[in-house]
Write a protein that binds this ligand. Structure first.
Ligand SMILES: [Zn+2]
Length: 214
């Protein structure tokens, strides 16, 4: 099977997202780009994640032309492929409707950086893309425009999109943005927010890149 290992990885990450409560039912979609072939492996439209097998993951080129797979790909395929076309550094894309991130995306309040972990992993405040209908080319355009060269973007009245140099990193960014949105929600209800300034965000990000981990 073409890119079997990569297709299995997409399922593994989708199931992890489900276990962490980042996605409900069949909402959300996950993809990775294979660096060797340039092909994109993406979750199919409207299938239960626990039923997925490698063959259900659709393989396509970055224009959305199907190379392998019998399933209909995710309705947000244009959004994933547009991000891959614009961002050569991105090899993983995660889209969820996780509750706290979506709540932030649904009120016209800027998402501040108060959680050090958000600063460390995402490195800057997360912007919100204006509302466009789900599955539309307009949504793909506005999301990739708002994302620019960053790691995450909130999607107004809809959800969250995160990217990474691989799917694991894109997934970690989705977890961190949701956690940060949750912390910010509680902090905002407790008192006045203490926002981390740009310089501290940059320093934390640099520290993680250079020093953190094994
Ligand atoms: Zn969605």
């Amino acid at each position: 099977m073409l890119l079997e290992k990569q297709r299995e990885e997409v399922i593994k990450i989708a199931l992890k997202a489900q276990q962490l409560g980042l996605i409900a039912l069949t909402f959300g979609n996950f993809s990775l780009r294979d660096q060797e072939t340039g092909y994109v492996c993406i979750t199919p439209s409207g299938m239960d994640y626990e039923d997925l097998e490698a063959a259900d993951i659709v393989v396509m080129d970055d224009q959305g032309k199907i190379i392998d797979g019998q399933r209909k790909p995710s309705v947000e395929t244009p959004m994933h492929t547009m991000v891959y076309r614009k961002r050569k550094d991105v090899c993983g894309v995660v889209h969820t409707h996780s509750v706290f991130a979506t709540a932030w995306a649904s009120c016209y309040v800027e998402f501040p950086v108060i959680a050090a972990e958000l600063a460390a992993l995402v490195g800057e405040p997360v912007k919100t893309a204006p509302y466009r209908r789900m599955g539309s080319m307009e949504l793909a355009e506005i999301v990739s425009e708002t994302l620019q060269d960053k790691h995450a973007v909130l999607m107004s009245n809809h959800g969250l999109l995160t990217v990474g140099s691989n799917l694991k990193t894109a997934f970690a960014n989705a977890v961190i943005v949701e956690e940060a949105a949750k912390i910010t929600y509680y902090a905002k209800n407790m008192g006045q927010l203490k926002i981390l300034d740009d310089q501290e965000c940059k320093t934390l990000r640099k520290w993680v890149i250079e020093k953190y981990g094994q």
